[in-house]
Design a protein around this ligand. Structure first.
Ligand code: NAD
Ligand code: MG
Length: 390
């Protein structure tokens, strides 16, 4: 039986992964499932899938998890060290679907033990792309993209030589505020930012879609994953979210990947790779859909895209600073302490101020250094946010 682990099992990607796995009883041996606060869901899935171990990220919830798993034979653990230890358990396929920089350490650990790491946690590549790729290479592990755009590019490249790629186009729905007057963005509420026109996802990535920080991170993810230059990567607003990405080749041909906005396609592709198997996703009625529309992204509306290009230009640990500042600014917006459109300016201020501190951006890319700049960038982001509020 194929051994699998799911990090972030209780989230949107995690639950979609479990949906696919649970459809084929007897095919998988579930090693580890992890979650954070939703103990009831974590325990129910661990028992249903007969997992070896369930881990909550929160130490104080260990007794709740133990109680929920009592008598089931599933082991319970808690805390960030337990997550890393779980990633070291032998597994053939591991889903990395924790949200945020917290997904980096368990993903890296899984790579050190070979096998396949299906990567939904784009923050890992934004914060430490070179380290992830180098670790995979050193341990003969395989990274597979689970973001819909990157899975689409990956599929369009099957049988192609990366040298024949001229450009990569990743599409963006434009999120909740695509058609809002720009001056209204300052008054966007949390509820308004938390509803996506096409995709059903976790709250954080949904808000990041409205601000385009999600696409900004995906620009960096594309550069890291496929090794293309930043000037070869384009963002295209495509409100229907049916074409997920296109690859343009030197002969002028474009290969587009078309499919419904359902993450089970990208997850399933990574789960069965290198095979293709049937998946329970909607089959598109193209005549009924009628047309696909496109427009160029407006960088005044979405400054995050410009910031991502600056981060790629800077290199080093700028991605880790960018991500940490973005996560903190997002926390501040969720807590209603800053306005929606202040997130980008806070990230920009943090990038500028940390760039002026010696020994951060240019430090070697190790897990410790990434954690260190992440910490500094979060402190800076809190300071900048407080200053603005005051
Ligand atoms: P989610 O918020 O629905 O789920 C996040 C998961 O991470 C949950 O299991 C939660 O318990 C766990 N978690 C949260 N904080 C944690 C912490 N500090 N330590 C350990 N675990 C923690 O998020 P999601 O939408 O499923 O997204 C997961 C990842 O996949 C993100 O990196 C996101 O950018 C990426 N992604 C998501 C989608 C999507 O459709 N949802 C698409 C592409 C990429
Ligand atoms: Mg995506």
């Amino acid at each position: 039986m194929r051994r699998i682990s799911i990090f972030g099992a209780t989230g949107s990607i995690g639950q979609n992964t479990i949906d696919l796995v649970a459809r084929v009883p007897g095919e998988y041996h579930v090693v580890a499932l992890t979650g954070a606060s939703n103990i009831a869901q974590l325990a129910a899935d661990a028992i249903r899938l007969n997992a070896e171990i369930a881990i909550t990220a929160h130490d104080h919830l260990l007794s709740d998890l133990r109680a929920a798993l009592a008598g089931s034979g599933v082991e319970a653990q808690a805390g960030s060290q337990a997550l890393i230890e779980a990633a070291a358990r032998p597994s053939d396929w591991t889903m990395s679907a924790i949200v945020g920089a917290a997904g980096l350490a368990p993903g890296l650990e899984a790579l050190k033990h070979g096998g396949i790491l299906a990567l939904a946690n784009k923050e890992s590549l934004v914060c430490a792309g070179a380290l992830m790729l180098e670790t995979a290479r050193a341990h003969q592990a395989r990274l597979l993209p689970v973001d819909s755009e990157h899975s689409a590019v990956f599929q369009a490249l099957v049988g192609e030589d990366i040298e024949s790629v001229e450009r990569v186009i990743i599409t963006a729905s434009g999120g909740a505020f695509r058609d809002w007057p720009i001056e209204d963005l300052a008054h966007a509420t949390l509820d308004e930012a938390s509803s996506h026109p096409n995709w059903d996802m976790g709250q954080r990535i949904t808000i990041d879609s409205a601000s385009m920080f999600n696409k900004a991170m995906e620009l960096i993810e594309t550069r890291e994953y496929f090794g293309v230059r930043p000037d070869q990567i384009e963002v295209l607003v495509h409100p229907e979210s049916l074409i997920h990405a296109m690859v343009g080749f030197v002969d002028g041909g474009l290969m587009a990947h078309v499919g419904p906005p359902d993450m089970r396609h990208a997850i399933g592709y990574a789960l069965h790779w290198p095979e293709r198997r049937g998946l329970p996703v909607e089959r598109l009625d193209l005549a009924g859909i009628g047309s696909f529309t496109f427009r160029a992204p407006c960088e005044t509306r979405w400054p995050a895209l410009r910031l991502a290009r600056e981060v790629m230009q800077t290199g080093g640990l700028a991605g880790a600073i960018f991500n940490a500042a973005k996560e903190t600014a997002l926390d501040e917006f969720i807590a209603a302490r800053i306005a929606f459109n202040e997130m980008a300016s806070i990230v920009e201020d943090v990038l500028d101020s940390v760039a002026g501190m010696p020994g951060h951006i240019d430090a070697a890319m190790t897990l410790d250094n990434v954690a260190q700049v992440d910490h500094v960038a979060r402190q800076e982001a809190h300071r900048v946010a407080k200053k603005r509020a005051g």
